[in-house]
Design a protein around this ligand. Structure first.
Ligand code: BGC
Ligand code: CA
Length: 430
């Protein structure tokens, strides 16, 4: 049975990558016969000097989190666009804690004085996932120090509270003290290697609830894809609040049906910045144009929605908690951010070609929220973007489709693994 399943998955994966390669082949048919060309014949700019933006996955070591400065400063026009992972993680932890405090009279389902939660971890080597695990453990008092920061490893099963990776926390409400316990957590990675895997989370909640269901009072997830999968599989029917991250439209809608809350990472601001830094570099204008400084069409961002850290060459959008109190304002996650929704003039901002990849074409957040936003901003910014979807597992599936960098004016990259920036810059340097 297991073997059959594996064979089936392998066949599926192979099928997927074949179609993926097939379609990639088409768009690189003209010109250079598959070998990377040194420069764009139209612009005369060498590939290594073209604007480059890393987004959503910051070049960094997946074991230490240390930033890959070489990749972040590959050339003068290289930037990263993401969001403030620590600020968001802290918001998520606080949101869960406040929910427990507010609902203390009904949250302890089996009345044993222990508030038990389970946690779905996205990718143990991804900075954002690590930050979210830490943020939840910090707010709930379940974190344990490891080398100066909170241990973010999955605990596996900790039903009796004896694990050493986490500890029991406590919450005091109305003079009464409750124990808070991380009953279980695991990385949601499927057998083919894809991380942040929603289906895996749906299976995990089934396994957990069949052995200790009554003990689970709260479900927490590093993102909404996995959170919604657990909500739909079990938590919704059992009225157990579930907390995710991303503010995807389906998760926001589920708040009306008992989903506890989520965090907006301001994808509307990030998608704009991703393309805006390329636009500015291509126009040869100050990088702050249309960002902190109003552009000729009236686009500008206020500093309560992003920060720029020059030493990291990085733009970080700020996060907002989305709960029963304010979810009505977040129902469409693909709506452009109004202050930066003005069309650029095509005379002074001529159309340019951008190669952009998404590490996993079926990543919930990137496909349901981020890409639709990019597709709206590319029109507003007069960019013709070629969207390449990866399989979420193999970098070469994507780099193989960067065979003709000479045909593009700029690049936007979303790596499978944050350590792999050199696989891309090597191609651009050839
Ligand atoms: C999102 C996840 C997503 C991941 C992909 C994160 O910022 O919260 O939902 O799977 O990016 O890299
Ligand atoms: Ca309990």
């Amino acid at each position: 049975m297991k073997k059959k399943l594996l064979a089936l998955t392998m066949a599926l994966v192979l099928g997927l990558s074949l179609t993926a390669c097939g379609s990639g082949g088409d768009d690189s048919s003209s010109g250079n016969g598959g070998t990377p060309s040194k420069e764009n014949s139209a612009s005369g700019v060498a590939n290594k000097d073209k604007p480059l933006v890393w987004y959503n996955r910051q070049p960094s070591s997946s074991s230490t989190g240390e930033l890959d400065q070489a990749a972040l400063s590959f050339n003068e026009d290289t930037y990263y666009v993401g969001f403030d992972a620590n600020q968001g993680a802290e918001l998520q932890g606080t949101m869960v804690k406040e929910y427990i405090e507010k609902n203390i009279d009904k949250i302890d389902r089996n009345g044993d004085g222990i508030i038990g939660y389970v946690l779905a971890i996205g990718d143990i080597g991804h900075n954002d996932s690590i930050a979210r695990t830490r943020g939840v453990r910090k707010a709930l008092g379940t974190g344990v120090d490891k080398d100066g920061s909170i241990n973010s490893d999955p605990v596996g099963i900790n039903i009796d509270g004896t694990a050493s990776i986490v500890q029991d926390g406590s919450i005091e409400v109305g003079g009464k003290t409750y124990v808070v316990r991380e009953l279980a957590s695991q990385e949601m990675k499927n057998s083919a290697g894809a991380t942040w895997d929603a289906a895996t989370a749906g299976n995990a909640i089934g396994t957990w609830t069949s052995s200790f269901g009554d003990n689970i009072d709260v479900v927490v997830s590093n993102n909404d894809g996995m959170g919604m999968s657990m909500f739909n599989a079990w938590a919704k029917d059992n009225k157990v609040p579930t907390f995710g991250y991303d503010a995807n439209s389906d998760a926001v809608a589920a708040i009306a049906e008992g989903y506890g809350g989520t965090i907006s990472q301001h994808a509307d601001v990030q998608a704009y910045l991703t393309l805006r830094v390329l636009r500015n570099a291509l126009d040869g204008v100050d990088i702050d144009t249309g960002i902190g400084t109003e552009d000729d069409a009236g686009n500008v961002l206020s500093d309560d929605v992003y920060v720029y850290r020059e030493e990291e060459r990085s733009y970080y959008a700020l996060n907002v908690a989305v709960t029963a109190e304010n979810y009505q304002d977040f129902t469409d996650s693909t709506k452009v951010y109004e202050p930066v929704s003005n069309q650029l003039d095509s005379g002074s901002h001529a159309t340019k070609k951008v190669w952009l990849n998404i590490y996993n074409a079926s990543d919930n957040f990137l496909s349901a929220t981020y890409q639709p936003l990019l597709q709206k901003y590319d029109d507003l910014l007069n960019l013709e973007v070629e969207y390449i979807g990866g399989d979420g597992q193999t970098e070469s599936n994507i780099t193989n489709r960067l065979g003709n960098p000479g045909q593009y004016d700029a690049f936007a990259i979303n790596m499978v693994k944050t350590d792999n920036a050199a696989s891309y810059t090597a191609i651009l340097s050839q």
